[in-house]
Write a protein that binds this ligand. Structure first.
Ligand code: ATP
Ligand code: MG
Length: 431
């Protein structure tokens, strides 16, 4: 099915007053009218909507609550991608949701939401509308970092607290309408990553959003709006204040979703890589233009992800990202495992890389020259060998592939190739 908007995009806004929608209809209409969202009639293909998610929404609505599909699933359906999962937002409180669905459980201590469970391990995450914290409650005036976002709110507020306009759309299944409090539809139509509100404020509130902006731009092939791009550059050092496990997880997502090349390219171009992985950005800056092995390996990862239905192993992803600078760090060292350890330790500290990943990455990279030259010895019988052979195969395939496979991303093209000409021996001091 072609995307349901583009040239057929109907003119907003339309109000929704006067229609009967059950016991809470008046309140619902009032709440909506106060903030006047733009309403877009959109015929999403029924078959592309998860039937269990639709069931959750419909039952909530039948019981008088507001309920919508929200976030990533609405965005993905609008750009004609298959959503990873379907999330529901509702006016019902967690205990109310729990009561309506026998097959559900309340999760989360900081913010309670409900997992409604279906066959095959499917989970429909159902969250009560919440709003961004008041300045006094959740954060200090001179420090925007959000520490407490646990306040229930209305649908409009729930839309406003989200990160990007494309992620702030609500879909009303019964009326077949996208409800847009954040001017997200125009951004989806022009394929732009745009924060809800001032990008500097939103990035300082939660610096991980910087990585999310990169992820969405790379994965959806959206452009980053100029003010968001500038805010990424000016706020990137705030990433040092973010929770390390979240940084690690978001870095993995950049590699995992089939757009590793483009993601790391944007991270490099914006200087985000200087903050998170200066070891890699220095290596890239020092490499000759003809030495584009890192980029080729990332393209090869993307190619394999597109071909294989299985997700790639996390250790393979990290080894692929770091193998080139790590190999360089090991050159000429008597104890290669030790040299690899020295290289990796600051990264482990900075990003909380778990030992289950850091340890094998180190050993695999130290072993690579022997694998590549066929001098395996006892290592061939070790439990790590299959993964190490996979890393060697990935690197081998990247080296063999025609150079155009690592051609610059859309980001680079839009930038006139500016990044390639830059030369740095050290990460930028201001990063
Ligand atoms: P994906 O396809 O990767 O799951 P997603 O948009 O569904 O993308 P999630 O991380 O699953 O992303 O988050 C679900 C929704 O929650 C987002 O669409 C967004 O509206 C909101 N959200 C997630 N993280 C943040 C954040 N850091 N700040 C504000 N809103 C967020
Ligand atoms: Mg999601």
């Amino acid at each position: 099915m072609p995307p349901p908007f583009a040239s057929e995009l109907p003119p907003p806004p339309e109000t929704t007053e006067g229609e009967d929608r059950g016991p809470l209809a008046e309140n619902v209409t009032e709440a909506r009218a106060r903030r006047a969202p733009d309403i877009y009639p959109v015929e999403l293909d029924e078959d592309s909507i998860d039937p269990d998610a639709a069931k959750v929404v419909r039952r909530l609505v039948r019981h008088g609550y507001e309920a919508y599909l929200v976030g990533g699933c609405v965005r993905d359906l609008l750009v004609d991608r298959r959503p990873k999962d379907f999330d529901v937002a509702t006016s019902a409180r967690p205990d109310d949701v729990r009561r309506l669905f026998r097959n559900s459980r309340i999760i989360g201590r900081r913010f309670r939401l409900v997992h409604v469970l279906f066959g095959g391990g499917k989970v429909i995450e159902t969250a009560t509308f919440r709003r961004a914290p008041e300045e006094s409650a959740g954060r200090d005036a001179d420090d925007l970092l959000i520490r407490n976002d646990n306040v229930f709110g209305e649908a409009a507020e729930d839309a406003q607290r989200r990160d990007f306009t494309a992620n702030g759309l609500f879909y009303d299944i019964e009326r077949r309408e996208v409800i847009d409090w954040v001017k997200g539809m125009p951004d989806i139509e022009r394929r732009a990553v745009q924060t809800i509100g001032n990008p500097v404020v939103r990035f300082l509130e939660d610096p991980v959003r910087i990585l999310r902006a990169i992820k969405f731009s790379a994965r959806l092939d959206f452009g980053i709006s100029p003010e968001v791009y500038d805010a990424i550059v000016s706020c990137r050092s705030a990433l040092r204040r973010a929770a390390k496990p979240r940084l690690f997880e978001e870095m993995l997502r950049l590699l995992r979703e089939g757009a590793a090349h483009r993601s790391i390219w944007i991270a490099w171009e914006t200087g985000v890589l200087d903050v998170l992985l200066p070891e890699l950005s220095t290596y890239l800056a020092d490499s000759l233009e003809s030495e584009d092995v890192v980029w080729r390996i990332l393209s090869e990862l993307d190619r394999r992800l597109a071909e294989e239905s299985q997700p790639l192993d996390d250790t393979l992803l990290w080894a692929a990202l770091l193998v080139e600078p790590m190999r360089e760090a090991c050159i000429g060292e008597r104890d290669r495992v030790d040299a690899a350890y020295e290289f990796l330790e600051p990264i482990v500290d900075r990003l909380n890389v778990p030992r289950r990943i850091a340890d094998p990455v180190r050993r695999i990279v130290a072993m690579l020259p022997r694998i590549e030259s066929g001098r395996l010895g006892r290592f061939a019988r070790s439990a790590l060998y299959p993964l190490a052979a996979d890393v060697a195969a990935l690197r081998g395939a990247s080296l063999e592939r025609a150079p155009e496979s690592s051609s610059p991303s859309a980001a680079e093209e839009s930038d006139g190739g500016r990044r390639r000409k830059r030369r740095r021996r050290r990460p930028r001091a201001d990063a």
